[in-house]
Design a protein around this ligand. Structure first.
Ligand SMILES: Nc1ncnc2c1ncn2[C@@H]1O[C@H](COP(=O)(O)OP(=O)(O)OP(=O)(O)O)[C@@H](O)[C@H]1O
Ligand SMILES: O=P(O)(O)OC[C@H]1O[C@H](OP(=O)(O)OP(=O)(O)O)[C@H](O)[C@@H]1O
Length: 212
């Protein structure tokens, strides 16, 4: 557990970072724009009394659960999949997309269909709750390939603009849930650094556009 006044923040590199850093700046915090030109993984942000730990998005809840980061920013998709013991403090309304079941337009129901996804826990729970038996196949990217080349009958994946689906002749069949990024906190840090975490949460909350 961290024992200084500095807040350790697990920050996902990539698409969330760009939007999160903008939100932090709108909340009046002095945050670097991007880290495209550095390979450093720990970045002191002295002006804001923080330290950024630049993480792979899927690992953010793990750093926060173990308390090596006090707080973190992560998509609801990853939170649902990883199911870690952390507090979810705030919906930041950024990196908006949705988790959907997707397939080819001529898809027909089959016995024990194969479903490819980056989110095996989310997909298994979804089909289990509907009493549908499926075989879930875990992939790590380019999920839309699976129905095109016959690996799976359907996929469970993120849709943002719908461009990937359109360009690959796929259709969205059902939406599981809407996704935005969340501010999460370690349970012990939340008590020990409550003032700093709550103050940050309040400032960010004011910067989140209404209706997000
Ligand atoms: N079009 C989108 N597709 C997928 N995720 C999106 C999209 N738009 C926003 N997101 C959100 O951004 C998060 C991070 O996505 P990103 O593509 O940066 O990382 P990743 O694909 O998990 O990691 P990596 O590219 O390092 O394998 C997702 O977990 C999700 O919450
Ligand atoms: O609706 P759209 O705007 O087209 O966005 C959706 C796509 O974006 C994500 O992929 P990502 O870019 O993260 O690449 P990946 O294949 O490595 O997961 C997601 O898995 C979809 O493929």
């Amino acid at each position: 557990m961290t024992d200084t006044g500095v807040l350790k923040v697990a920050m996902p590199k990539g698409r969330i970072y760009k939007q999160a850093s903008k939100l932090f700046r709108e909340a009046g915090l002095s945050i670097p724009e991007d880290f495209d030109d550095t390979r450093r993984l720990i970045i002191p942000v002295a002006e804001a009394n923080m330290e950024f730990i630049l993480a792979k998005p899927v690992d953010v809840p793990t750093y926060v659960e173990y308390g090596v980061a006090d707080i973190g920013i992560v998509g609801k998709d990853v939170l649902m999949e990883e199911n870690k013991d952390v507090y979810e403090l705030l919906d930041l309304g950024i990196a908006r997309c949705r988790m959907s079941v997707i397939g080819l337009p001529d898809w027909k129901p089959e016995i024990n269909p194969r479903v490819a996804t980056k989110y095996p826990n989310v997909a298994s729970q979804y089909f289990r709750e509907r009493g549908q038996q499926v075989e879930v196949i875990k992939l790590n990217g380019s999920i839309e390939l699976a129905p095109l080349i016959g690996l799976a009958d359907r996929i469970v994946d993120m849709v943002e603009t719908g461009k990937t689906l359109k360009e690959n002749g796929l259709v969205e069949m059902e939406t599981l849930f809407q996704v935005t990024s969340r501010l999460i906190a370690n349970r012990v840090s939340y008590r020990l650094k409550n003032h700093a975490i709550q103050a940050l949460c309040d400032r960010l909350g004011q910067a989140v556009p209404a209706g997000s």
